[in-house]
Write a protein that binds this ligand. Structure first.
Ligand SMILES: [Zn+2]
Length: 83
């Protein structure tokens, strides 16, 4: 593997499973255990195209086709107000 980080030029990556938050038109899909390569220097995460495609497909299945997600959570929402 001869990958170089686009941001910092580092060439060392760690394979990780992370929580990916996909947002589209103010709808969210959270996917756990998504594989990525994380830059060991700056922490930038790189995903394979087919991983992102799969998440997009899951999103479409849930929001467009009405597929039931594995589970649903309620997320608190606030507006930021300066003190
Ligand atoms: Zn980097």
């Amino acid at each position: 593997m001869n990958k170089v980080c686009n941001f910092c030029g580092n060439m060392n990556f760690t394979e990780k499973k992370i929580q990916y938050i996909y947002k589209h038109d103010n709808n969210y899909l959270i996917v756990n255990n998504v594989p990525c390569d994380q830059c060991e220097y700056c922490g930038e995460q790189y995903f394979e195209a087919n991983v992102l495609k799969k998440i997009e497909k899951d999103y479409n299945d849930i929001y467009l086709t009405g597929k039931k997600a594995k589970s649903e959570i309620t997320v608190p929402l606030e507006e930021f107000v300066e003190l």
